[in-house]
Design a protein. Structure first.
Ligand SMILES: Cc1ncc(C[n+]2csc(CCOP(=O)(O)OP(=O)(O)O)c2C)c(N)n1
Ligand SMILES: [Mg+2]
Length: 890
């Protein structure tokens, strides 16, 4: 034990400081024992509380109270009876282990570039197996299990025994393009009938699981799903790595889970003490640290550290020397003990103190070698799961200690680089086979044959029976649900007809939302979600109208209770007001947007947020939502780099549409007029709820107020496809394209061109450069492959030659997306550079996307000898500073 680890361990988790007066200590403890014996535990708790209060008053420093000793939380006496057949379960686990290992090694022998992991599943196998045999309920209302992603080979391997995956599937692990392959991690997009939840990006599984458990309660409390009391409530299980717990998202929802009393949620943290590069907390204890964190957040913490063979040792550890030794051992040392044999463990761990040496005097080196960690003992795992599943009122976390690369012997167990070990030689494979008694010949092993004991074997019969008893196989994903009728376009006639009143697209969006909420069939399925910005978007009227969801209702009289539209929280409230957590809000949205699959209940979520805090801030969660085949609306509010005006550099979004364009099932739109927005929302709801397409929508809305005209005839198709004609002039040589609020600058530019320069221009509204790009790519590809096709852009712009100028409130790369399909010359303007605060007019001048700059761009790009002088004249006439540095350099 080095000085440093001494300091670290005492600072973080040491609970046994040296005793200055053991006799006095014993007297106190005996007095306490007498109290418990005479008056019971409750009284003892009362006295403890009084003592603590008293100590606080005397300013006596408190000991760390969130940590318990480095032992199992469930005592031997409390341990539930193990209901299974240990012998058979152990044989099943061994076969699953072998096939998982063979799958990875096979793929990598053939193609070393494929990759894969062995050591993670090797450490987690028993944790999963006990779940599969005794806890995870299957079926449509079954449990929702978030698996650790790099343990996927183990899950495939079990599905192979269950007859759900074929040998051909296993042989194509990580070779997916042929159609029979298995994906690297849990990806519902790639295996839509298998995986439910994408967890491949560390940290997203845990936060998603928490909000999933909360959303389950939301559905129950709103009467959409069956009540918790009417059914055996489905549990959400989340398997997390101890290294993964360092991700901010892993911790972000912990207090919400307690606040909401989510006793339907169980985290299992696989504490194998290692991550990819090395130990998670080499100089400390990850278990103790996590215990403090979870306990501090109010969770029920269950430590599952030692297997049954330790029970006898602890029972004889009267003077606490074993516990003392465990407490002074840092994780870096525990890792070494995992990587070494019984003899080494005896010499270095047990022989340190004579009392400890005596404790294990009867044990052989082989006995010591067999001492299991808790996460490898099915009986202890079962006891911990049982305690978690029965716990009421709070979420539970199981901190399961395991060995990384368990059973991989010298080639992997506890080794520093084991995470990436994927090529074992024949000797290593034979040793693994022997270690787990898998009935395979040396030749089978050399050929890496998969093993299936046959449908009539005792193992398979047992496994099938267990799953039958628990309601069916898992993971399994429902791909469709009941279709919901959506509102016809005509029902939004008020918006379609336009208004003379100046309004923002945000205000119009809120009207549309309010109308959807009132609809008889659809209304209840709408889930408005905000992250403390409802007032920003003028949504506060909804607080009263549909209420804010709260698991406990409203325990206070709101300050504004005597106002008409007061702040109303309710058990059946519909709005999810998440507070300032975009990651949490998106996780809620994801749960709602996949409820059609996970709950068989289609929902229509609208998450409304500051657009810059979406794709930029939580882009990876949106990517996971895309992987999950989410269906719902993301509404990027206060969008556009110049339209937001005063908020400045970290608020003005100029790139979310570019990010959105990279997500294949995201349909992104940047509307300018109310009727465009209505058409987009109506069609989106139809496609997602009626046609059940696996797409989701990103729609930007802005806060600039202006008059909204009525929908032009024949515009509907173009609005949805990405562009439509707003104004056509005979013999116009110029076509101007605008999107979002900048369309109005384009319209003003057309007027200037006519008035100041005598030039006619056609005007097109572009609702989606990104959809136009996709359509263009499709047509181009069809032609390349010998077919014939015309893109929508070519259809719109192809019939007349001449210059095309486009502008948006996003970086110019957005308008540039359609360049390959625009016939003739094309100039794309945008808002490249850092945002800053000013008026809209000043910002559009600064970023060179206002009417004047659009005119100059058009004149400068015109063909013919007069063009150059025209542009120079315009620069002078409009007072443009031609010498200024470009906006992206300022
Ligand atoms: C966001 C993110 N960063 C990095 C990775 C790469 N990665 C995958 S597994 C892993 C180590 C995981 O360690 P731990 O969580 O302790 O799991 P174990 O394999 O030890 O069970 C890393 C770094 C990832 N998948 N996602
Ligand atoms: Mg780990």
């Amino acid at each position: 034990m080095t000085d440093l680890s001494d300091i670290v361990s005492s600072a973080y988790w040491r609970v046994n400081p040296p005793d200055a007066d053991p006799i006095e200590t014993r007297e106190w403890l005996e007095a306490f024992d007498a109290l418990v014996a005479a008056e019971g535990r409750e009284r003892a708790t009362f006295i403890l509380r009084k003592l603590l209060e008293h100590a606080r008053a005397r300013r006596v420093p408190m000991p760390p109270v969130l940590n318990t000793p480095y032992k199992n939380s469930v005592s031997l006496a409390e341990q539930a009876q193990f209901p299974g057949n240990l012998e058979l379960e152990s044989r099943i686990a061994s076969i699953v282990r072998w096939n998982a290992l063979a799958m990875v090694v096979r793929a990598n022998r053939a193609h070393p570039e494929l990759g894969g992991h062995i050591a993670s599943y090797a450490s987690a196998a028993d944790l999963f197996e006990v779940g599969f045999n005794h806890f995870f309920r299957g079926g449509p209302d079954g449990d929702l299990v978030y698996f650790q992603p790099h343990s996927a080979p183990g899950i495939y391997s079990r599905a192979f025994l269950e007859g759900r995956l074929s040998e051909e599937n296993l042989s194509s692990y990580r070779q997916e393009t042929g159609g029979k392959g298995l994906c690297s991690y849990c990806h519902p997009y790639l295996m839509p009938e298998f995986w439910q939840f994408p967890t491949g990006s560390m940290g997203l599984g845990p936060i998603n699981a928490i909000y999933q458990a909360r959303f389950t309660r939301y559905l129950e409390n709103r009467g959409i799903a069956k009540k918790n009391s009417e059914i055996q409530e489905r549990k959400v299980w989340c398997f997390v790595g101890d290294g993964e717990m360092d991700e901010p998202e892993s911790l972000a929802g912990l207090s919400l889970a307690t606040r909401e009393g989510l006793d339907n949620l169980i985290f299992v943290v696989n504490c194998n003490l290692q991550r990819l590069d090395g130990p998670v907390r080499g100089n400390g204890s990850v278990v103790q640290e996590l215990e403090g964190l979870f306990a501090g957040a109010g969770w029920n913490v269950i430590k599952l550290l030692w297997g049954a063979d330790w029970d006898a040792l602890f029972a004889r550890d009267d003077d606490g020397v074993l516990l003392k030794r465990l407490h002074e051992t840092v994780d870096g040392e525990f890792q070494t003990y995992a990587a070494t044999d019984g003899r080494f463990n005896r010499e270095h761990f047990f022989n340190k103190y004579p009392e400890l040496r005596a404790l294990i005097a009867e044990m052989s080196d082989a006995d010591i070698d067999r001492l299991r960690r808790g996460g490898h003992d099915p009986v202890k795992i079962h006891a911990a799961y049982q305690a978690a599943a029965q716990h009421k009122g709070r979420p539970s976390v199981i901190l399961a200690q395991t060995k990384k690369g368990y059973g991989m012997g010298n080639w992997g167990q506890g080794k520093m680089g084991t995470h990436q070990q994927k090529k074992l030689d024949d000797a290593a494979l034979r040793e693994f086979r022997d270690r787990f008694s898998v009935p395979l010949s040396d030749d089978d092993v050399a050929q890496l044959r998969f093993f299936h004991p046959g449908p009539d074997s005792a193992e398979i019969k047992y496994l099938v029976a267990r799953r039958k008893q628990l309601g069916g196989y898992l993971p399994i994903r429902r791909t469709a649900s009941q279709a919901l009728r959506t509102l016809p376009l005509e029902s939004f006639s008020k918006v379609l007809e336009g208004t003379a009143r100046e309004q923002s697209t945000t205000m119009i969006f809120v009207q549309l939302l309010a109308q959807l909420l009132k609809d008889e069939t659809l209304g209840a399925r709408v889930v408005p979600i905000v992250a403390d910005e409802a007032r920003t978007f003028g949504m506060q009227t909804l607080f009263r109208q549909v209420g804010i969801y709260s698991a406990v209702g409203q325990l206070y009289e709101p300050e504004d209770h005597d106002e008409l539209l007061y702040y109303r929280e309710a058990k059946d409230g519909q709005i999810l007001e998440e507070g300032i957590t975009e990651a949490g809000a998106l996780s809620s949205w994801l749960a709602a947007a996949t409820a059609y699959s996970a709950h068989g209940t289609p929902m229509l979520p609208f998450y409304v947020y500051y657009s810059i805090f979406g794709f930029q801030r939580i882009g990876d969660l949106i990517w996971a939502a895309a992987d999950s085949r989410a269906r719902g609306f993301l509404i990027g509010g206060t969008a556009g780099r110049t339209t937001l005006a005063g908020e400045g550099l970290q608020h003005q979004d100029g790139s979310s549409h570019l990010a959105a364009s990279t997500i294949p099932n995201c349909r992104a739109y940047d509307p300018c007029f109310g009727y465009e927005l209505a058409a987009i929302v109506q069609d989106g709801a139809r496609r997602m709820l009626e046609a059940q397409e696996d797409v989701f929508y990103y729609v930007t809305v802005a806060n600039e107020n202006y008059v909204h005209p009525g929908i032009p005839p024949d515009a509907h198709e173009g609005i949805l496809r990405g562009m439509y004609s707003l104004k056509k002039t005979k013999n116009a040589k110029l076509r101007l394209l605008g999107s979002g609020p900048i369309l109005r600058e384009v319209i003003a530019a057309a007027d200037l061109l006519q008035k100041d320069w005598g030039l006619a221009a056609d005007i097109w509204s572009v609702t989606s450069f990104t959809e136009l790009r996709r359509d263009g790519m499709q047509a181009e590809r069809a032609r390349r492959l010998g077919g014939s096709a015309q893109s929508w852009v070519e259809k719109c712009l192809g019939d007349a030659p001449g210059l095309v100028v486009a502008a948006s409130d996003y970086v110019s790369a957005v308008a540039d997306l359609i360049r390959p399909y625009v016939p003739g010359r094309y100039v794309a303007l945008g808002t490249d550079g850092f945002g800053r605060s000013d008026t809209r007019a000043a910002l559009r001048d600064f970023f060179e996307v206002d009417a004047k700059h659009i005119v100059v761009a058009a004149l400068a790009a015109l063909e013919g000898p007069a063009a150059k002088t025209l542009a120079a004249d315009a620069v002078r006439r409009y007072g443009i500073d031609a010498g200024a540095r470009p906006p992206w350099q300022r």
